[in-house]
Write a protein that binds this ligand. Structure first.
Ligand SMILES: NC(=O)c1ccc[n+]([C@@H]2O[C@H](COP(=O)([O-])OP(=O)(O)OC[C@H]3O[C@@H](n4cnc5c(N)ncnc54)[C@H](OP(=O)(O)O)[C@@H]3O)[C@@H](O)[C@H]2O)c1
Length: 340
């Protein structure tokens, strides 16, 4: 058996991320020993490594929230999983269902607790979810953060229904899952990107209209024109400071804006006027619960949704994978192959 390996962050910066041996702790009664086959990167992981996510992060820390693999062994009290089962990690190790709690955030993998950029880990059974046979490990590894966030926003919180219009920003992980979920539900999707080539690919995935936000810095006006000046029903707002004001202009009166990301920066001063004048529903979204994950998997299976994987990097090439994300050239998810 090869020695289990992990990525470990010793100080902020890619230079301080190292591929090392991992010594696994004892298997507790409610624990599961998992061999992970694939993991996926989220923009959050890049922020964690750069020190932009939590400047007070405890070191050393194993990054990563998203991985999928097989169960090797279970503790004596585990009844829900058995050796050989195929599983994915839950972003929040401790959020079963219902509304988010004060303590939920403290159970997030790859932040306050060690994550899953590792070939093997011991995790509580409650922190893993069984995955359908129809998904490869690479596909399943894309789901715990990006897909669940998009699902939580549009479906769980948003109550999206067929015929509504959804605006997605850029073509990263969260946005493409939002596009796929929305088009599977019969919604009309307007997708934005900085690249015309990526917009063609977004159309192939189901977007019915597209806007290049780099060529059209006032892209909200394009979105208004595409909706006959009505505005969209839902905005999957991953941009943050630089995009939120325009998202508030692009949404229809009474529509929903899901505040998810900070790709264009944090710390904005937001004018509340359009929110009140248009009665916009602004929802903060923080990934999702196990219950939401179960419902999302059912929808992925029923609609045969194929996660969009941009590139797969061997774990040993982790640096190239992080740099690929930092360059923003990707379309969809970046995956790490954990086979060593
Ligand atoms: N709240 C939560 O629970 C939660 C969960 C997941 C992610 N997030 C956050 O959501 C954001 C997206 O995460 P991700 O993992 O999907 O990122 P990602 O895969 O790295 O997406 C990057 C893409 O976003 C687009 N983008 C960058 N700047 C943009 C801008 N100013 N306007 C519009 N699009 C822009 C670019 O697309 P083009 O190349 O097409 O232009 C870029 O390729 C991040 O801020 C992340 O931290 C939050």
């Amino acid at each position: 058996m090869p020695t289990p390996k992990t990525l470990r962050l010793h100080a902020f910066g890619l230079d301080h991320l190292a591929l090392e041996d991992i010594v696994l702790g004892p298997l507790g009664p409610s624990d599961v020993h998992v061999r992970f086959h694939a993991a996926s990167l989220n923009y959050r992981d890049l922020m964690v490594v750069r020190g932009e996510y939590n400047p007070k992060l405890q070191m050393p820390r194993i990054p990563g929230s998203d991985a999928a693999g097989e169960v090797l062994a279970v503790g004596p009290a585990v009844t829900t999983l058995k050796p050989g089962d195929r599983v994915a990690s839950l972003f929040f190790q401790d959020w079963r269902d219902g509304p988010i709690q004060n303590a939920t955030g403290k159970s997030a993998l790859g932040g306050p607790i060690d994550g899953v950029f590792a070939t093997e880990r011991i995790l509580p059974a409650s922190g893993l979810i069984r995955i359908p046979d129809s998904l490869t490990y690479e596909q399943a590894a894309t789901l715990p953060c990006a897909a669940l966030t998009a699902w939580n926003a549009l479906v769980e919180r948003g109550g999206l229904f067929a015929g509504q219009t959804v605006l997605t920003l850029g073509t990263g992980g969260v946005s493409l899952f939002a596009l796929q979920f929305a088009s599977a539900m019969g919604a009309r999707v307007i997708a934005t990107s900085s690249s015309d080539e990526k917009l063609v690919r977004a159309q192939a995935l189901g977007a019915s209209a597209t806007v290049n936000y780099r060529a059209n810095p006032q892209w909200d006006q394009e979105v208004q024109a595409l909706t006959n000046k009505r505005g969209v029903d839902h905005v999957v707002e991953v941009g943050g400071a630089g995009t939120l004001p325009l998202s508030l202009k692009a949404v229809t009166p009474g529509g929903k804006v899901y505040v998810i990301g900070v790709l264009s920066g944090k710390g904005a001063t937001i004018d509340p006027t359009p929110i009140l004048a248009k009665s916009v529903q602004v929802h903060g979204i923080y990934v999702g619960s196990r219950g939401m994950f179960e419902r999302m998997l059912a929808a992925i299976e029923a609609n045969r949704i194929q996660p969009v994987i941009d590139r797969v990097f061997p774990l040993a090439d982790y640096r190239a994978a992080f740099e690929h994300m930092a360059n923003g050239a990707h379309f969809g998810k970046i995956v790490l192959d954990l086979a060593m």
